[in-house]
Design a binder for this molecule. Structure first.
Ligand SMILES: Cc1ncc(COP(=O)(O)O)c(C=O)c1O
Length: 350
């Protein structure tokens, strides 16, 4: 058997990502849009007549033009690719030198550690405060080359304070990447301000509110200079023609995004109240999911719930989210199914 010593030293400890066995369960574990596939993107796919023999546009100019008009920016403020995960990869590849510190809040998105190490960087953890806000002084003191900050944060759900993000942008000596994967659900996006800060990179995705995770489309927005650097590092053609065409159609259908936002804004407090009745401890959320402390053992809850056909995500073994689970906010109907199944598990194992 080959020893893992053949691997590059910085990636030797890697293990595969979340890959559960699924068989028709209700998926409340991935924070995708519960209203179902994006209708404009689906229509585009049904009707499209793309020549798949030809390459896509090298830098996805069509999608970058659509995003420029959506946000009142320029095409050259954008980088497009295969999910915001590719944009994370490109961010660290572009701005991290071998051995550079890259600072990230704890708890936050688990793949940051992976992408930083992939680029030869050194992950530096910055503890969030008691109420899951940024410790800006600590991040500045880290002396890191890149700071990666998800807002709203995954898995905690809250957005970081605008004044803290501005403070970080002004005082941090390196590049600040704000991952707005759930930005559509929050009122405090920084995307329109990429011209104001020459160290700001915003990451966005079509996987969550846009309901297109299966097509793998994401983008970054930054000043013209930073975006040009990132475009020259990213893999050319990494966004395929069909994904680009579907994303352009989806950008032009903002009614679906507004409908999705409204549904989450209405259902999130109702779900939190229902969870409180079941003795969970839900945390405040600005996203389409809720992190909550479980009243029974987290792993029993998650595995027994799966047997009843509902999947939620387990964060109970991780520091700062001890015994917590994360669940997507569903429609009223889906939330009822989920909380009914949860109360059955609590009756059996509570
Ligand atoms: C905070 C955060 N960033 C990035 C991603 C990756 O999204 P994508 O599907 O665009 O690669 C996720 C997905 O869960 C996420 O939660």
């Amino acid at each position: 058997m080959a020893s893992r010593d053949v691997m590059r030293s910085t990636t030797r400890g890697f293990r595969r990502y979340y890959n559960p066995e699924v068989g028709g369960e209700l998926r409340m574990d991935t924070n995708t849009n519960v209203l179902g596939s994006n209708p404009a993107a689906e229509k585009y796919i049904r009707e499209q007549r793309e020549d798949i023999n030809g390459y896509p546009n090298t830098y996805s100019d069509g999608l970058r033009d659509a995003l420029a008009s959506l946000y009142g920016l320029e095409r050259e403020n954008f980088v497009a690719g295969s999910g915001s995960d590719e944009m994370l990869d490109v961010s660290f590849k572009t701005f991290t030198e071998w051995g550079d510190g890259c600072v990230m809040p704890v708890p936050s998105y688990s793949l940051y550690d992976y992408f930083i190490k992939m680029s030869g960087g050194k992950p530096l953890a910055s503890e969030l405060t008691e109420d899951f806000q940024l410790d800006v002084d600590d991040m500045v003191r880290s002396g890191a080359k890149v700071a990666i900050v998800p807002s709203p944060n995954n898995p905690t759900g809250n957005s970081f304070r605008q004044k803290d993000l501005e403070d970080l942008l002004r005082r941090f000596g390196g590049i600040v990447v704000i991952d707005e994967a759930y930005g559509e659900y929050s009122d405090s996006s920084m995307i329109s301000r990429v011209g104001e800060f020459d160290n700001l990179v915003i990451l966005r995705t079509f996987s969550k509110a846009y309901a297109m995770a299966g097509l793998r489309v994401g983008y970054a927005a930054a000043s013209l200079d930073l975006a040009d650097m990132m475009n020259s590092v990213k893999i050319p053609y990494s966004l395929n023609k069909i994904g680009e065409g579907a994303a352009i159609a989806a950008v032009k259908d903002q009614e679906f995004i507004e409908r999705s936002k409204k549904m989450v804004a209405e259902e999130r407090p109702k779900l939190a109240a229902e969870l409180r009745k079941l003795n969970f401890g839900p945390y405040p959320s600005d996203a389409n999911f809720i992190l909550a402390a479980s009243p029974i053992d987290h792993s029993v809850l998650v595995s027994e719930l799966k047997k009843k056909g509902v999947m939620i995500r387990d964060f109970g073994d991780k520091r700062r989210t001890e015994n917590c689970v994360r669940m997507t906010v569903g429609t009223a109907e889906l939330n009822k199914i989920m909380t009914d199944r949860i109360s059955e598990v609590l009756e059996e194992f509570g």
